[in-house]
Design a protein around this ligand. Structure first.
Ligand SMILES: [Zn+2]
Length: 132
């Protein structure tokens, strides 16, 4: 699988050594790097041991390269990065910024593929055709 993840603002590469790398911050805490599994629907993450992530906490996500805040125009609880698949097709990948919430939407044009057990939670906001 040779996929790539790009910042929607600076188009910088966010995938390194099999990790999608983003900067996150919870409220007034200091920012930290979050390493995410690049496999869509896999919610394993890694972060520095000095930080604690509690389910239900809402995080702000930023591009680690240009520091642009990543947000989704679909819902305020989602963030979006660009995903390029092994055939060079570009998708929007929207996922929840609430810790523990497993909802991911892979979108191209008017079609969406959903991932995660919490995906139906936001589906009402997304007026697209579910192709999963
Ligand atoms: Zn960027």
């Amino acid at each position: 699988m040779v996929t790539d993840y790009l910042c929607p603002n600076c188009k910088g590469h966010l995938l390194l050594s099999d990790h999608l790398i983003l900067t996150v911050r919870h409220e007034t805490d200091s920012a930290m790097l979050l390493l995410m599994n690049p496999e869509v629907g896999n919610y394993q993450t890694m972060h520095h041991h000095s930080h604690k992530i509690v389910d239900g906490q809402k995080f702000s996500f930023f591009c680690p390269l240009c520091h642009h805040e990543l947000s989704s125009d679909l819902n305020e609880n989602l963030v979006m990065v660009l995903m390029k698949d092994d055939k060079g097709k570009m998708f929007e990948l929207h996922f929840s910024r609430i810790a523990g919430q497993k909802s991911t939407y892979k979108i191209m044009g008017k079609e969406v593929q959903t991932f995660g057990i919490d995906a139906p939670h936001y589906l009402d906001f997304i007026h697209l055709i579910d192709m999963s």
